[in-house]
Design a protein around this ligand. Structure first.
Ligand code: FES
Ligand SMILES: [Fe+2]
Length: 400
């Protein structure tokens, strides 16, 4: 008799406590204890824009005096969107009846009311704190009394002469559209999945990065004070070995060194920012002498960029986007069969669940700092070559 057929298959459910990010969701509350990049600084102007983050729709603008504002879009008077508002010296004026709100939501004017609103100080447009750093605008959407200090990262402090800070918000790495249309966790977990690299990015689809990455590494995983890391050892067969360290830092950072194997500590960090449960954006910062550095890191498919592929090409040479988006809009995690090589995924999920419990119990999640001294993050991820230093990289042999 046939067994194991799909007849009667009932699929389970996602790990909703970890995957969902809206208000009042378990991991959404964890996420709300940290600052998140929401836009590039040049996007905030006197023309308001809509931004979405953690399932919340917001309006971002810069007053004529230069202050950043991030407000709930629905005007507290009677609901017109501040997206149609006009930005002035000190705030934004609603188009409908002209109420003016400053970046902290104070109502400055109600022009149809006597004396511009005798009781205007009794209302407040909901707002969020924002800061600028490293060419990005960062927002804090959590409880005000738990607001941490905005972290700094050693790689982006004191950028040496001849190098520039590169700011990118269109993803990086294995190909795909700028806005990724599936659950953010499928991408973040992938950072702790070093075994997909030799298969997906080399054996299955042709070399998408470099020849070294086709070697199956020996991997150890470790918890760190800020997240989880994997240490991937590859014997390059020419007297050298490669020690590649990849980190995830809570709540959503990816520290993935150049897959094209630039040597040394990484010069790249990415933030996997959920817009909602089924859309996310990757904000990436890098430091390099070449302003085009990040664009050149992208994987290629028989030498072609992802955007040039047709449907049969996507099937023949899938990359990260095809693999991760095809797990589902939100992957049904209950149906996963985790094995020994999924240890990094299991450790990450366990550590996420621990942060959920910490926050639910009234505590703080890992890696939040409340003093400037604690706010500097030292990054350990990178590519470290050991052995004969002058042996040529295999990179030269790879079509790119
Ligand atoms: S709805 Fe905004 S001022 Fe009336
Ligand atoms: Fe990948």
């Amino acid at each position: 008799m046939d067994t194991g057929t799909a007849y009667g298959l009932r699929l389970g459910a996602p790990l909703e406590n970890l995957a969902l990010v809206g208000p009042d969701t378990p991991y959404g509350e964890v996420m709300r204890r940290y600052w998140h990049p929401i836009a590039k600084v040049e996007e905030a102007t006197t023309r308001p824009i809509l931004v979405k983050v953690l399932g919340e729709d917001l309006v971002l603008f810069r007053t004529r005096k230069g202050a950043l504002g991030l407000l709930h879009p629905r005007c507290i008077h009677r609901g017109a969107s501040l997206y149609y508002g006009g930005v002035e010296e000190d705030g934004i004026r609603c188009c409908y009846h002209g109420w003016v709100f400053d970046p902290q939501g104070h109502c400055l004017e109600q022009p149809c009311e006597p004396e511009l609103g005798l009781h205007r100080d009794r209302v407040r447009q909901p707002w969020y704190p924002v800061q600028e750093q490293y060419g990005l605008i960062w927002a804090y959407l959590g409880p005000p009394e738990k607001k941490p200090v905005l972290p700094r990262y050693d790689v982006f402090e004191d950028i040496p002469e001849g190098e520039v800070l590169i700011v990118n918000d269109t993803g990086v790495g294995g190909g795909g559209p700028a806005l990724l249309d599936f659950n953010w966790l499928q991408h973040w977990e992938n950072v702790m999945d070093p075994f997909h690299v030799p298969i997906l990015h080399a054996r299955f689809s042709g070399f998408q990065f470099t020849a070294e990455m086709a070697l199956i590494p020996e991997v150890t995983y470790e918890y760190t004070p800020r997240g989880v890391r994997s240490i991937q050892m590859r014997d390059l067969g020419d007297g050298r070995s490669l020690r590649r360290i990849t980190e995830v830092i809570f709540p959503n950072l990816r520290v993935v060194a150049s897959p094209k194997l630039a040597s040394g500590p990484t010069n790249i960090i990415g933030w996997v920012v959920p817009l909602d449960d089924v859309n996310f954006k990757i904000f990436t910062l890098a430091r390099d002498a070449d302003p085009q550095f990040l664009g050149k890191l992208r994987s290629t498919h028989e030498g072609r960029p992802w955007a040039d592929l047709d449907e049969p090409d996507h099937q023949r040479m899938p990359g990260d986007y095809e693999a991760q988006s095809s797990q589902g809009k939100i992957s049904i995690h209950s149906e996963d069969h985790l094995t020994t090589t999924d240890q990094g995924i299991a450790m990450l999920r366990r550590m996420m669940a621990k942060q959920v419990r910490a926050v639910e119990g009234g505590g703080d999640p890992v890696a939040v700092s409340f003093t400037e001294e604690d706010a500097l993050v030292r990054i350990e991820g990178g590519n470290y070559f050991e052995g004969a230093a002058d042996a040529p990289l295999l990179v030269a042999a790879v079509e790119d």
